[in-house]
Design a protein around this ligand. Structure first.
Ligand code: ZN
Length: 290
C-alpha cells in the first residue's frame, strides 16, 4: 500500500493512493487513525483494514489538496554518511568501520513536487539519492535479526547538501549544511514494508534534468538496513515515524570534475525500484525571505 499525508481543514491526514486518486482513510472509516504516526505504530492488522477501506473509499484528485511530507512530524530524522564504499572513496574517505550518523531537523522535510530552495548563503548545493526507512514499531536495543520487523515503510529521499557549509564552515560538523529548509524531500509516498521484503536489493538512480548522475543498488550498502537499526537503537529509542536516510551511492555533484551544483530551473529525480520517483524542481531563495 502507498500512503501520503495531506493538509485538511482538520489538520494533517493520511490518504491511501489509488489509481484514480487519493482516499482519506479516516474519513471513510472512523476506526482508522487520522494521523500517520498512529497508523505506522499499529502495523500489520491495521494495514489489512486500510486495504479494505482504500477499496471502498471515495477518491479525490491528488492535485486538489496540498501534500505534506508523508510523515509530517517525525521526532528524529537520522542520516547515514558514507554508506556505499565507492561514494566514500569519491569523497576522499576510507570506508567507515562503524556507521556514521548525523541528523537533519524535521523543518528540512519536504514532499514530492515541492521546490528545493537554494539558500542565498550557499553556492554549492548538491543532491544525494537515498533510500529512506520509516520506523513503525518502537524499540531500544533491537537485535539485528528482528530489526526489519520495526520498519513500517520505505520511501525515496534526497539528502540535499550545501557542501560549502558541510565541508568548510568552522566546526567540522555536517548538521547545518544538511538542514536548510527544503533539504530533505521524501516520497512520493510511503510504500509499506510488506511490498519490499528485501531493502538490500533495490536499484537506485538519480537524474538531474533527465541525465543519470547516480546509478547503483542498495546491495552495495556497507551497513544494511538491519545493521543500521540495531546500531542506532543501542543509542536511542526508535519511535514510530522516525526516518533514517540510509546514505547515497557515488556520482554526487561535488566529487565530479568539474563539480556540478544545483541551479534554479533544474529538476532532480530520485528513482528507486518498487518505490517510485521523487521529483523536485530547484528554485532560488526569494531575495527578501521571511
Ligand atoms: Zn546523505
Amino acid at each position: 500500500m502507498r500512503l501520503v499525508s495531506y493538509r485538511s481543514p482538520a489538520g494533517p491526514r493520511v490518504a491511501g493512493v489509488r489509481d484514480d486518486g487519493l482516499v482519506d482513510l479516516h474519513q471513510t472509516d472512523q476506526r482508522f487513525p487520522c494521523c500517520m504516526k498512529a497508523l505506522l505504530q499499529r502495523g500489520e492488522p491495521l494495514l489489512a483494514l486500510a486495504d479494505e477501506i482504500l477499496q471502498r473509499g471515495k477518491a479525490f484528485p491528488a492535485d486538489s489538496v496540498e501534500l505534506l511530507p508523508p510523515v509530517p512530524n517525525p521526532e528524529k530524522v537520522l542520516c547515514v554518511g558514507a554508506n556505499y564504499a565507492d561514494h566514500a572513496a569519491e569523497s576522499g574517505m576510507a570506508p567507515p568501520e562503524e556507521p556514521i550518523l548525523f541528523s537533519k531537523f524535521p523543518s528540512a522535510l519536504s514532499v514530492d513536487g515541492a521546490p528545493i530552495v537554494l539558500p542565498r548563503n550557499s553556492q554549492e548545493v548538491d543532491y544525494e539519492a537515498e533510500l529512506v526507512v520509516v520506523i513503525g514499531k518502537p524499540g531500544r536495543h533491537i537485535p539485528r535479526d528482528q530489526a526489519l520487523e520495526h520498519v513500517a515503510a520505505y520511501a525515496c529521499g534526497n539528502d540535499v547538501s550545501a557542501r560549502d557549509w558541510q565541508l568548510r564552515k568552522p566546526g567540522g560538523q555536517w548538521l547545518l549544511g544538511k538542514t536548510f529548509d527544503t533539504f530533505a524531500p521524501f516520497g512520493p509516498a510511503l510504500v509499506t514494508a510488506d511490498e519490499i521484503p528485501d531493502p538490500g536489493n533495490l536499484e537506485i538512480q538519480l537524474r538531474l534534468n533527465g541525465q543519470t548522475m547516480q546509478q547503483s543498488s542498495t546491495r552495495h550498502f556497507i551497513f544494511p538496513v538491519d545493521v543500521l537499526i540495531a546500531y542506532v537503537s543501542d543509542v536511542c529509542t526508535l519511535l514510530p515515524g522516525d526516518l533514517i536516510f540510509t546514505g547515497t551511492p557515488p556520482g554526487v555533484g561535488f566529487a565530479r570534475k568539474p563539480p556540478i551544483f544545483l541551479k534554479p530551473g533544474d529538476t532532480v529525480e530520485v528513482d528507486i525500484e518498487k518505490i517510485g520517483v521523487l521529483r523536485n524542481p530547484v528554485v532560488a531563495e526569494e531575495p527578501t525571505g521571511s
